[in-house]
Design a protein around this ligand. Sequence first.
Ligand code: SF4
Ligand code: SF4
Length: 280
Amino acid sequence: MIISVASGKGGTGKTLVATSLALSLKDNHKVMLLDCDVEEPNAHVFLKPAITGSEAVHIPVPRVDEAKCTRCGKCAEICAYNAIAVIGEHVLTFSQLCHGCGACSYLCPEKAISEEPREMGLVEWGQADGLNFAHGKLTVGEAMAPPIIKQVKQKADNGGTVIIDIPPGTSCPVVEAVKGSDFCLLVTEPTPFGLNDLALAVETMRELNIPCGIVLNRAGVGDDKVEEYCRKENLPILLTIPLDTGIARLYSKGIPLVEGMPEWKDSFRELFNKIKGTSR
Ligand code: SF4
Ligand code: SF4
């Protein structure tokens, strides 16, 4: 079973929920946590895994042989990302804009374009006290998270429970990270920003046809508009975590909630049972 933990908005407690859920289940289940928030992975801060392997992530970018090129302009015409341009007698490539789709090399009538790998990040994996773990890291200055996310997801164990920490927001990296999930937990907070971004995230999950439920974090900080919205949209609130300085203190020290307050383990196991009862 693949459970994604997402939030429309950053800083709502997504990693707190993903790590606590994984740690609560690991004694009785085979569990793996994948941190797909590759621009800012931080699950390792809480889980402190022993990293046992790593590999670089590359995408293929074009290299033009100007001796063969006739400057016909077909490559520039086909590129949806303006990553290749014919300027006078030269063909310029902008590798940081390139999505590695291969269309330019495939369509070049002179076969003047070859592909060369460009490194854009890495994937690391290991173990954290009986929990399998993998995360991706996008190199600073790189813009494209999806190729790294794809490679992190290839590390998923078969036959166990996989918990994915999804990047915040609702853009391409979120779609790449969440697709294929059996269920998505949406972590939110009861504030106008929380509600606005939750509604966008719900719309995205519905578009992707992924069943979802809500974790309401920092309950007590704002108003009851999120609860009203969930009632209206028929979205189950599966877990409520109160605004609590003790929880915030643990988080700021990099201590998982269920380690600092083991009494929360039962709540996370109950959350898992509710997910099993709700998912497709
Ligand atoms: S499609 Fe090929 S031949 Fe035409 S401009 Fe691009 S590289 Fe040159
Ligand atoms: S590989 Fe795709 S994205 Fe990259 S330059 Fe060629 S057409 Fe554009």
